[in-house]
Structures are given as structure tokens and as C-alpha cells.
Design a protein around this ligand. Structure first.
Ligand code: ADP
Ligand code: ZN
Length: 290
């Protein structure tokens, strides 16, 4: 059986075809332009494959409420041309198959729960620290939507005492994305993040922010596994620094041995390499088959 999976991003659309075991048979990507021409390329690609269903993990904000008139839409994005865009409808109409839909980060956590580092667990979160910060939440065996969907990249943080940078988020002065995403590191220190590798103060501040966010997610969602990734985590030393700071901030309060004894296996990179999002999209498609 073939299932399509789309990782819909603001700069590119990754399109893959896989099977029910998450084995990817083929993939391609198209630059994100205006919806109509971008979708035309993607639909032409899928017309070459006999897919039974399609899953889409999408940049947001999106409408995930099945009762809503705008279910399956990208809603209020500032990205020109993409606000109020019926992405699910476009593919359903053109391909005539069931379409599963969720946020890109919920897709990624689903991929890791199904085939990766959180396989078999019933609660996990996926955090990406990249151009932005996104958090996918899987709790009690399902993806968390709630009122809209979680926006864990914008939770508010206590500022590092030595941080004089005002923050990059236009909505909040001190949210995770505004203080810790790649572009904010670059604006604070005036250099590409990759070129700051040997500056200890950069990564000490970064770990302080990421660890605060993770501490809040642990306290709020009680995940059994935390998968941490995104371009900024290419600074692999951050993993150890973040784990240490999380222990410090929790201060023994969540006294489960998964944290107190085995934090190296609790806060981890994805097991699916660069593919949790696309594999999660395939699972969204599989689940749409019912
Ligand atoms: P996106 O979030 O757009 O999907 P990425 O997850 O690749 O993309 O994140 C891109 C960000 O990661 C850039 O803003 C850059 O600052 C940061 N980044 C990329 N490579 C490195 C690196 N080696 N070290 C630290 N930061 C990096
Ligand atoms: Zn914010």
C-alpha cells in the first residue's frame, strides 16, 4: 500500500511516498511559492503514484477542528498569499483520497512515536529549535489540539541575567522563539550561529533558555520522552548542557528515575534522523484511512 506524506514548510514542500511501515519509496521537494502554482507541482507529482491516502504536516497556524468551516486551512499566517488557504481541500479534490492533517511538529512527534525514539510510548514531545521554535505534543495516545493547537515555541521565559538582547518575536519580548531560535542567536551575537561554535557564553545562554522551556513542558505535559532537534541542535554539546540545566531547574521535584537517573535517554535527538516530519506525515495519511 502506498501513502503520500507532505511536510509543508514556508520555504519548501517536501513530498514523499511511503508504505504502511514507514518505508519511504520516493521523495522530492518544491520551493514554496504562491499556493496555486506550488500545489499544481505537488499534485502532478502524486498523480504518478497510486496512493491510497495522503497526510500533511503543515506550518501554521492551521485549523484542526473538524467541526469548523475552515477545517484543513492555513489560517492567519503573515506569509503573503497563504492566509486562509484550504490546503486539505486542494489535495482532497485533486487526488480523491482521504487526507490526514496536523501541524508540522505534531507530525514530527507522531513519526517518532510510531517508528522512532518514542516508539510504543503514549506521551512524548518533539521540540525543534531552528528558524523558529515549534513543539509537537502527543499525550495519552493522541496528538494534542485543544482550542487551536499548542504553541509551545512562544511560552515566556525568565531572561538570562547577562542577556541584553531585546528578543526577536514581534508578539512577545521574552518567549522561547524570540530568545533562542537561530535568528535570535544571530541577532544577539552578530554572527551566524554555526560560526559561534567556540563561544561558551553563547551556548550557556542558549542551554539556559531551552532548559527552561523543557522544564515547563515536563511540568505541564509529563512526557515520557523529549525529542529535541532543529538546526541549532547541530551544536551537539547543547544536549549535555540542556540536560544538566533541566536537572538543576527541576531541583528533584519530578522524582522519576527516567529523569533523575537516565536523563541521557530522556532528552534525545530524533531516531529518524531528518525524517520524523515526513514519516509522521505518512502516518497521518495512514490514520486518515480509518
Ligand atoms: P527550519 O527551522 O527553517 O526548518 P532548521 O531547523 O534547519 O530550519 O534551522 C535553521 C536555523 O538553525 C538557522 O537559523 C541557523 O541559525 C541554525 N543553524 C543551522 N546550522 C547550525 C549550526 N551548525 N549551529 C548552530 N545553529 C545552526
Ligand atoms: Zn513569541
Amino acid at each position: 500500500m502506498l501513502i503520500g506524506g507532505i511536510e509543508a514548510g514556508g520555504t519548501k514542500m517536501v513530498c514523499a511516498v511511503g508504505d504502511e511501515n514507514g518505508v519511504i519509496k520516493d521523495r522530492t521537494s518544491f520551493p514554496t511559492r504562491q499556493p496555486e502554482e506550488t500545489f499544481a507541482d505537488m499534485i502532478a507529482y502524486y498523480k504518478n503514484w497510486d496512493i491510497q491516502a495522503l497526510g500533511i504536516g503543515c506550518f501554521g497556524p492551521v485549523d484542526l477542528n473538524r467541526q469548523s468551516r475552515t477545517y484543513g486551512y492555513i489560517t492567519k499566517t503573515p506569509k503573503p498569499g497563504w492566509g486562509n488557504c484550504d490546503i486539505v481541500g486542494a489535495f482532497k479534490d485533486a487526488l480523491g483520497v482521504p487526507v490526514g492533517f496536523d501541524t508540522d511538529v505534531n507530525g514530527a512527534v507522531l513519526g517518532e512515536v510510531t517508528w522512532g525514539a518514542a516508539r510504543g510510548l503514549d506521551s512524548a514531545i518533539y521540540i525543534t529549535i531552528g528558524t523558529g521554535v515549534g513543539v509537537g505534543v502527543y499525550v495519552n495516545g493522541g496528538l494534542l489540539h485543544g482550542l487551536v493547537h499548542p504553541e509551545g515555541g512562544h511560552i515566556l521565559l525568565i531572561r538570562h541575567p547577562k542577556d541584553t538582547y531585546e528578543g526577536k518575536c514581534p508578539f512577545h519580548k521574552n518567549c522561547v522563539e524570540g530568545l533562542a531560535a537561530g535568528p535570535s542567536i544571530e541577532a544577539r551575537w552578530g554572527k551566524k550561529a554555526a560560526e559561534l561554535a567556540d563561544r561558551d557564553e553563547v551556548w550557556e545562554m542558549e542551554a539556559y533558555y531551552i532548559a527552561q522551556a523543557i522544564t515547563d513542558y515536563i511540568l505541564s505535559y509529563s512526557p515520557q520522552k523529549i525529542i529535541l532537534w532543529g538546526g541549532v541542535m547541530h551544536q551537539e554539546k547543547l544536549f549535555g548542557m540542556v540536560r544538566k540545566e533541566v536537572l538543576n531547574l527541576l531541583n528533584g521535584y519530578v522524582a522519576h528515575e527516567a529523569i533523575t537517573e537516565h536523563i541521557d535517554q530522556y532528552i534525545v535527538p530524533p531516531a529518524l534522523g531528518e525524517d520524523p516530519g515526513i514519516m509522521g506525515a505518512i502516518k497521518l495519511g495512514l490514520d486518515a484511512l480509518g
